[in-house]
Write a protein that binds this ligand. Structure first.
Ligand code: MOS
Length: 739
């Protein structure tokens, strides 16, 4: 029987995307559509004392300038403003008061007949502000750090164990180092945008750029006090998000607010510059203290981190727990604190927490290997964790050893001369570095609905997203296999708040969560169809056990005798019904609680450094990933390649620079904020390691959206040390730091 899961299926939505048929949030049309332009605060903290919009309003075609003075008062309590992903605190409420909390905060929305007019009119609005002193420098205010209240996970800091400080002091081999990482801004191709269509009956259809249509729908319903049926949120296509679209962004509030007030369809789209005024990956200070016995066994590990949050929300992410998880060690101490700054609340960004935490740990491990005089890969193998030391339980599966071996082999790691500056390519210094990665594998409650029609077609739907990850394709494959249908007879619908419930698309949990629901609902239809078929008069399948009937190519067929068969259409037709439908909700199994569930990776990188100029080029990356069953190797590899590119950017380029005098990010365009371009990206080799996992979910899929990024930046940083003999403990590693 042909199966689709595990095949390199091209994206089912690929054609729509490359032909421009796929519409994004700012591309939906509506009659008499008007345009909003956001005015952002020029100072980081203060109070608006006066807004004069008279010149703007005098222009023909300008409909309104919404400010805190004339905007409707929305919900009062914090609770109603808290979306599914909100950390503890008091979420930002656009245009609800005169206070300015960060530079770039929206303080007015100009609505006009055209975008150009709205933008011009915005330049005529006079804003007077009484500024207040602001603090945006994490390092300067580390003494204000506090332990954040728990957010989402039980805690971002697991309990310490043993006596790490004593063990560290006594150990024969020790390293201690501080690592600094910058703010990174999400830069998806599609900036945030919302098009609100006011329908004839007054209901609102909201096309929003988001990773969670139902999260946005319930948020809007809560803050506007609207009825459940009054607002529908759609996001059939999303041009990347990387975590920035997990929470509703302010433009969706402004667009809905304007549409309700004006009773007109409204579009609000952020500019690329404005994308640099919202959530971001937080800058984080870390100190790693690692100690080992002479044979390389870890004797103590201490991981301390201080990260930023905003003044109004306690954002935190799991930065330090990796140090107690990735290696075997009895004496571990964690400390994780945050400093509230006058910036917008940080947001999850691809592998939040692990990105910085594992970077520091894996660089420190490299430093320890050097101190011990052992190979960095050997050190990882000596300290390989067979169990999760934080939770004190086994892993549901862990093929990390296979990752190390396969990637090292492919890379040629055994040829490495451990001496720094020893390998050369002409005048260039060659460096080889490696690192380990880990990311959690989780499943959340999710539902899917499936309808099989008499024409033998299957339509499956769930309110999840495809942010470029391949959800459309993977779900189509899973559904097709569950019912034995060719791909072209299956459609999968997503990105509509009216569909069966699903969590936001994030945390690498979409295949595990929504995929499980899709698989389950299709299996449910399969049983129903068989039951119907067996009840037909003179059924060729009568009395066969379910396992003796195969579903193949739209047929039900006796395994033992292929001539005993019925098409799906025949079954429905003869049963006198035109369709079969069902909806199923799946949840993580009880077995989850007994196991730790993670994906793993190993990355090996080669860099070439010009000793005269300090320029660094990544020339090769080999990475092996163990992420359970792979639904689609093509989209999976694509995910990992994208992750590696990100890792290159994190190691060498990405850096949101704040001018602390202004309290503002000054690298606010793609010319100043560097991300890798084609010329920066070398040969990337992705190995998807075979891993069977019967605990995580029925599909055995652990999620691949984030694991690919985790090990890359430290592997490159370690390669730079190997090439040059210099430890640069601050990302990005730019030539000025190296020279
Ligand atoms: Mo991801 S940072 O959960 O989109």
């Amino acid at each position: 029987m042909t199966t689709h899961v595990g095949e390199r299926v091209s994206r089912v939505d690929g054609r729509a995307k490359v032909t421009g048929k796929a519409r994004y949030a700012a591309e939906h049309a509506a009659p008499d559509l008007v345009h909003g332009f956001v005015i952002g605060s020029a100072v980081a903290r203060g109070t608006i004392t006066r807004i004069d919009a008279s010149q703007a309003l005098a222009l023909p075609g300008v409909l309104q300038v919404f400010t805190h003075e004339n905007a409707p008062r929305l919900a009062r309590g914090d609770k109603r403003w808290r979306d599914e992903l909100a950390p503890p605190g008091s979420p930002f409420r656009p245009l609800q008061d005169a206070q300015i909390r960060w530079s770039g905060q929206p303080i007015a929305l100009v609505v006009a007949d055209s975008l150009e007019l709205a933008r011009h009119a915005a330049s005529l609005v006079r804003v007077e502000v009484a500024p207040a002193p602001h603090e945006t420098d994490l390092e300067a205010h580390r003494e204000r750090a506090y332990k954040p209240p728990p957010h989402e996970r039980p805690s971002v800091t697991p309990p310490s164990r043993g006596s790490a400080d004593k063990a560290f002091a006594r150990a024969p081999v020790r390293v201690q180092a501080e690592y600094r990482v910058p703010v990174e801004h999400h830069n998806p191709m599609e900036p945030f945008a919302t098009t609100v269509v006011v329908d004839e009956d007054g209901t609102l259809t909201v096309y929003d750029k988001t990773q969670g249509v139902q999260n946005v729908q319930s948020y809007l319903t809560n803050i506007f006090g609207a009825g459940a049926g009054e607002i529908r949120v759609l996001a059939p296509f999303v041009g990347g998000a990387f975590g920035s679209g997990l929470r509703p962004q302010y433009q969706v509030v402004l667009a809905v607010l304007a549409a309700r007030q004006l009773q007109r369809s409204v579009r609000v789209a952020l500019t690329r510059q404005q994308m640099f005024t919202i959530g971001h990956r937080p800058t984080t200070w870390q100190r790693l203290s690692l100690a080992a016995t002479r044979d390389g066994a870890l004797a103590a590990a201490i991981h301390e981190a201080v990260a930023e949050t905003s003044r109004f929300e306690d954002y935190s992410e799991a930065v330090v727990d990796w140090t107690g998880l990735m290696y075997r060690c009895d004496n571990v101490r964690f400390a994780h604190e945050v400093v509230a700054l006058d910036l917008f609340t940080p947001m999850d960004m691809r592998a939040p927490g692990a990105m910085w935490g594992v970077y520091a740990l894996e660089c420190a491990m490299d430093e320890l290997a050097v101190a011990l005089g052992v190979d960095p890969l050997e050190l990882r193998l000596v300290n390989y964790a067979e169990r999760d030391g934080n939770e004190k339980r086994p892993y549901s599966s862990k093929e990390l050893r296979a990752c190390y071996h396969q990637a090292a082999e492919r890379f040629g790691w055994s040829q490495r001369d451990p001496e720094p500056r020893s390998m050369r390519d002409g005048d260039l210094l060659v460096g080889w570095g490696m690192a380990t990665g880990a990311w959690e594998s989780t499943q959340r409650k999710a539902s899917a609905r499936a309808v099989l029609t008499a024409d033998g077609r299957l339509a499956v739907a769930s309110a999840t997203e495809d942010i470029g990850t391949g959800t459309y394709t993977a779900m189509t494959q899973i559904a097709a296999d569950a019912l034995g249908l060719p791909l072209e007879r299956v459609t999968f619908k997503l990105g509509d708040s009216a569909l069966a419930s699903a969590p936001v698309e994030g945390g690498s949990f979409t295949v595990a969560s929504v995929g499980s629901a899709v698989d389950a609902v299709c299996r449910e239809l399969r049983s129903k169809l068989l039951k119907l078929a067996q009840q037909l008069e003179g059924s060729p399948l009568a009395r066969l056990r379910p396992e003796d009937v195969e579903f193949i190519g739209g047929l039900l067929r006796a395994r033992a005798d292929p001539s005993r068969a019925l098409t799906f259409a025949e079954v429905l037709h003869r049963a006198g019904i035109d369709h079969l439908a069902d909806e199923v909700t799946t949840r993580p199994s009880k077995a989850h609680e007994k196991y730790s569930r993670y994906t793993h990776s190993a990355a090996f990188a080669e860099v070439k450094v010009d000793p005269e100029l300090g320029t660094i080029r990544v020339t090769r990356v080999v990475t092996a990933i163990a992420g359970g069953r792979v639904i689609n190797p093509k989209t999976a590899e694509s995910q990992v390649i994208g992750s590696v590119v990100w890792g290159i950017g994190a190691a060498l380029q990405e850096h949101s620079v704040i001018d602390h005098a202004l309290g503002r990010f000054i690298t606010h365009n793609l010319a100043d904020y560097h991300v890798p371009v084609h010329a920066d990206v070398p040969d990337i080799e992705v190995i998807l390691v075979e891993e069977r996992d019967e605990i995580v979910n029925a599909l055995g899929a652990k999620g691949l959206g984030e694991i690919g990024v985790v090990a890359v930046a430290p592997a490159i940083a370690n390669a730079v040390w190997h090439a040059t003999g210099k430890r640069i403990r601050e990302l990005p590693i730019t030539l000025d730091k190296l020279l």
